[in-house]
Design a protein around this ligand. Structure first.
Ligand SMILES: NC(=O)c1ccc[n+]([C@@H]2O[C@H](COP(=O)([O-])OP(=O)(O)OC[C@H]3O[C@@H](n4cnc5c(N)ncnc54)[C@H](OP(=O)(O)O)[C@@H]3O)[C@@H](O)[C@H]2O)c1
Length: 267
């Protein structure tokens, strides 16, 4: 992997640029960036070369990472259609856009990786799932993996599961923000200052996730370890079970998955 061009420098594109700039890949890579907004191009670091139009993108031996909104694929398609060499690798993070759709929009017969990262890429903690079309060889898959491992963790899956990935880890940060907000409100209701409640709630979510990861234990085992007979925690857990917290999350992931499928059909 020598050359990368990142198209679209919003939340996710910007995070990828920062992640790649900080990663060991940086020294081996030449990174081009392009966004409609020249200020966003300027804001990228010194190791990056800014392009001033889509026409300047190198069409040969390049990894193109699409980070624009799904509806903007058409605009990019108009410029790149039928012009990309087969040794280009396309990496798309566009929600709902299938590899076959991208191939069609660009009239491109080469390797395409579809990835779904999440917003934690901004701080190098993304959970990303990826799938590859049949034109991808091992080397291209390695390249895609290196890119997303520069901003967090990355796993391979099949394309039929990408909508479920969107429903779980793509949209997931929003669910957890709601949990943090709700826990803080609980502290507030019990008389805590807002600031303290917020800090305790945030660190509790962070620490609990870190412990699951660090020990490799099933969350149910960790939950049992902190639940004592007739104690405070079991009283709270009883309420959460009674009000259906588990099915609420299962249903939330299902709903988001179905919405992702629906959006994919609109194309
Ligand atoms: N945000 C998330 O949590 C998340 C998670 C997973 C996947 N994704 C996917 O990531 C993609 C980007 O999301 P985002 O949140 O980063 O969006 P965003 O913040 O709106 O960034 C998109 C950027 O692309 C620019 N752009 C639009 N058309 C362009 C073109 N033709 N050429 C170059 N740049 C262009 C936009 O400029 P303007 O603002 O001027 O239009 C904007 O700066 C989406 O497809 C989304 O499905 C997002």
């Amino acid at each position: 992997m020598e050359k990368i061009t990142i198209i679209g420098l919003g939340n996710m594109g910007g995070a990828l640029v920062r992640g790649l700039e900080k990663s060991p890949l940086q020294s081996a890579l030449s990174i081009d960036v392009y966004d409609l907004d020249p200020q966003r191009v300027k804001a990228c670091g010194a190791h990056v070369r800014g392009l001033s139009s889509l026409e300047e993108i190198e069409l040969d031996n390049n990894i193109l990472i699409f980070c624009v909104k799904p509806q903007d694929l058409v605009t990019i398609g108009k410029v790149l259609k039928g012009r990309l060499k087969k040794n280009v690798l396309i990496v798309s993070i566009l929600a709902g856009k299938k590899t076959a759709t991208i191939a069609r929009e660009l009239q491109f017969d080469g390797p395409i990786v579809r990835a779904m990262p999440n917003i934690a890429a901004v701080i190098g903690f993304a959970a990303t799932a990826m799938c590859a079309n049949e034109k991808c060889e091992t080397l291209e898959k390695q390249h895609a993996e290196q890119i997303f491992k520069a901003v967090g963790e990355a796993y391979w899956t099949k394309e039929s599961l990408m909508d479920a990935v969107t429903g779980l880890s793509g949209s997931g940060p929003a669910y957890i923000y709601m949990v943090i907000e709700a826990l803080s409100d609980g502290g507030l209701k019990m008389g805590m200052p807002r600031d303290l409640a917020f800090k305790l709630a945030t660190q509790t979510v962070l620490g609990s996730a870190a412990l699951v990861k660090h020990t490799g234990l099933h969350p149910a085992i960790l939950k049992d370890q902190v639940t004592t007979p007739a104690g405070t925690t079991i009283s709270a857990l009883h309420v959460l079970e009674e009000r259906g917290l588990r099915s609420m999350f299962v249903n939330a992931v299902e709903k988001a998955t179905l919405r992702s499928i629906e959006l994919g059909k609109d194309e």
